[in-house]
Design a protein around this ligand. Structure first.
Ligand code: G4P
Length: 528
């Protein structure tokens, strides 16, 4: 096997998704401990920034360097080279969170055992399903009182529409949490509350039929476990790697990230069940990651908030071959050959210049304003484009007005540039010019970002007037006459930057009514 092949095969690139507070940061931290990438838990950066409220946004930006470094983490473990993609949550939740999932080959879903599936998980999960990538579930916080285990699984199956296959099974929860039973080996890993922040938990494994078990598990717990295993063996889906790979079956694990219990078991199984870099669809057909020729696509652009440096960092996912820092590449959409400037990678928390990177890796490059989300970078003479990144439905809308109408030019330039970076989406009233601009965002913090950046970078003051719309659909029909469309009283017709027609509604049920009233109307939740 060539070195490139070996390098690519050992890569595992995944995103961790969860609702805020389920334990994503804590789990990531524990992964890094096992990888030897950090020495003490509690040092994953970016967490503090994620906690800020909207009013602290300026502070977040001061620490921008930190949040950049926390977007991708690379470390080695057990012969694998692991890339963890952070999906910003909390107040930072934005379209970027969705786009990050476009760069991942699989997803780890962290669920709080006392809460089950929560709103943000549901939204992110939809994107994973759209991509058919494998999804692994880690049910966290078993050291606290948890919901009934069968109910938790039921919740995942019903809420998310994916079959589950528990790889291990918890014995009790909260104060009576005794460990997990591994279905494959028939052994129990005994729960031990490790010292906070240390690497190794005392992972003691005891076969279920060993007399030693009786010292740890009460008679009642043991008989409950036996009943549950029987029920489980009869009722739950069997492990099927093919279904896992297609994203139709989610292997489920139980543990407690905080006490470092069940984390390594999860990591080991996960790494063997998940996939090395996946092929990607392009206009020339499927591109295999093992192709020698380098290619990548841009999935995220991060603006530098520092007024003195209006540069940006473009994050790209390498999809095939090897990247070499000195080499000349071709930017398809810009129709230009170039060398990528200051290519960077994040090893644990250190940002460093990369010399070599491989399919599966993420690199950040200095962007003087030439890249857009979805752009393809490949080798000169091999021109092709990867399938674009969809536009995700904004959930908050506002009308934007300039305070000083004399600054129209700067305003249009600024708002267009910020939209091009993918921080906001802009829409126009259908049938009017640019006078009325409606901004749509996935996370409300982006409104603040827009206002701040227009003021500081373009010297334009704006007033944002919130609009009540919450639902948006792209119209798929090519030949539709929007004037003839019969809508509901809470509906608004708009168009996006590319001129695509869209509909906005205040109420979700109006979507169905609009469909009923217009035969043949086709609506999409993602924009192309
Ligand atoms: P997030 O990134 O998904 O938002 O969650 P994060 O890891 O920040 O965890 C949220 C809170 O839950 C933290 O407590 C964390 O310590 C706690 N936590 C995470 N995993 C477990 C677990 O397995 N068991 C228990 N009992 N708690 C867990 P916090 O008090 O909000 O923050 P901190 O002061 O501990 O940092």
């Amino acid at each position: 096997m060539t070195d490139i092949r070996k390098e690519i095969e050992k890569r595992r690139t995944f995103a961790i998704i969860s609702h805020p507070d389920a334990g994503k940061t804590t789990l990531t931290e524990k992964f890094l401990l096992y990888g030897g990438a950090i020495n003490l838990a509690g040092s994953v950066k970016g967490k503090a920034t994620a906690r800020h409220a909207v009013s602290d946004w300026m502070e977040i930006e001061k620490e921008r360097g930190i949040s950049v470094t926390s977007s991708v983490l690379q470390f080695n473990y057990d012969g694998y080279c692991i890339n963890i993609l952070d999906t910003p949550g909390h107040q930072d939740f934005s379209e970027d969170t969705y786009r990050t999932l476009m760069a991942a080959d699989s997803a780890v879903m962290v669920i709080d055992a006392s809460k089950g599936v929560e709103a943000q998980t549901r939204k992110l999960f939809k994107v994973c399903v759209m991509r058919h990538i494998p999804i692994f579930t880690f049910i966290n916080k078993m050291d606290r009182d948890a919901n009934d285990t069968f109910e938790l699984l039921d919740d995942i199956e019903k809420e998310l529409g994916i079959a589950t296959c528990p790889i291990n099974w918890p014995i009790g929860s909260g104060k009576s949490f005794k460990g997990v039973y591994e279905r494959g080996s028939g052994k129990i890993t005994v729960f031990a509350d490790t010292e906070k922040g240390t690497k190794e938990g005392e992972a003691r494994e005891i076969p279920l039929d060993s007399p030693e078990i009786d010292e740890i598990v009460s008679e009642e717990q043991k008989s409950q476990l036996m009943d549950e295993i029987e029920l489980l063996d009869g009722a739950s889906a069997e492990f099927d790697q093919e279904l896992v790979s297609k994203g139709e079956l989610s292997p489920v694990f139980f543990g407690s990230a905080l006490t470092n219990f069940g984390v390594e078991i999860f990591l080991k199984h996960f790494l063997s069940m998940t996939t090395s870099p996946l092929p990607r669809m392009a206009d020339i057909g499927v591109v295999d990651p093992m192709e020698e020729s380098f290619s990548a696509f841009v999935f995220k652009i991060q603006a530098n908030m520092n007024k003195a440096h209006r540069d940006r960092i473009a994050f790209m996912r390498i999809c095939s071959g090897e990247f070499d820092a000195g080499m000349e590449v071709y930017h398809v959409q810009g129709d230009r050959k170039q060398r990528l400037s200051q290519p960077q990678q994040m090893m644990a928390q250190e940002r460093h210049i990369v010399d070599h990177a491989y399919a599966g890796d993420i690199i950040g490059v200095f962007d003087p304003g030439i890249f857009s989300i979805g752009d393809t970078i490949c080798m000169p003479g091999k021109k092709f484009s990867y399938e674009g990144i969809p536009t995700f439905a904004p959930e908050h809308f506002a009308r934007v007005r300039q305070v000083d109408t004399m600054k129209r030019k700067q305003f249009i330039k600024g708002i267009n540039q910020i939209a091009q970076e993918g921080a906001i989406q802009i829409f126009q009233e259908f049938n009017t010019g640019m006078e009325e601009i409606i901004v749509g965002v996935v996370g409300v913090l982006q409104f603040e970002v827009l206002k701040y950046r227009l003021e500081n970078e373009y010297n334009v003051d704006i007033i944002l007037e919130n609009l009540p719309y919450e639902h948006i659909r792209w119209i798929e029909n090519k030949d539709i006459d929007l004037n003839k469309l019969v809508g509901t009283s809470d509906m608004k017709k708009v168009k996006d930057l590319k001129g695509n027609p869209l509909l906005l509604w205040v109420n979700s049920w109006s979507i169905g009514m609009t469909l009923d009233r217009n035969e043949g109307l086709e609506l999409a939740e993602f924009g192309r």
